[in-house]
Design a protein around this ligand. Sequence first.
Ligand code: A5P
Length: 226
Amino acid sequence: MANEAEKEAAARASLKYVRDGLIVGLGTGSTATIAIRYLGERVRNGLKIRGIPTSIASRDLAIQLGIPLTNFDEVQEIDVTIDGADEFDPALNLIKGGGGAMLREKIVASATKKLVIVTDSTKQVPLLGKFPVPVEVIGFAEALLAKKIAELGASVAQRKDGAGKPYVTDEGHHILDCRFGQIPDPADLARKLSDMPGIVEHGLFVGMASVLLMANAGEVAEFRRA
Ligand code: A5P
């Protein structure tokens, strides 16, 4: 089954978690985008939800589709968030941020009762780390942090945009993509990164996902965090 068809199937399966009256976190990335499009279709057919987007791109898409939006001034708890992931392990720890949105994604996830992750079958790994961990940094500290993260054993590269310039996030920061290789203890690494002043956020999501829907060869497998 092609990747695109798997993303489509996983995104479609996530709709069973959405019903009238819910506040819904809207993820970022290609799989979450498909889910937002399905939500838009449901809203056109009468579904009553309010969305909180995790990026400017997802906000713009939701507006275009007519999905009513809200924000943290109005609500402090999100019922369900549908988002993608770059990798997940058997404990449903995640690497996110391939699309550069992990800061808002993690804020939304932290305010969410049920975080539903949708992926194709390429995202499943026994141990995280094939995918680099994106780390969003304050410009002032960038060179210092690149050295400090390298001392933890990573090879570190500044993310570039399509024009070869430093990639700038929705919140105006740069991203360091940090290749650690296999990460045996994601919670430990997450703590070490969070403890470094100047790191705004990183893409390790430990113990946050409630449910993960992974499409594989025509089936959608559902994993729940123990
Ligand atoms: C966006 O910043 C990411 O966290 C995405 O959720 C992640 O990169 C997965 O994206 P795809 O669904 O496009 O693979």
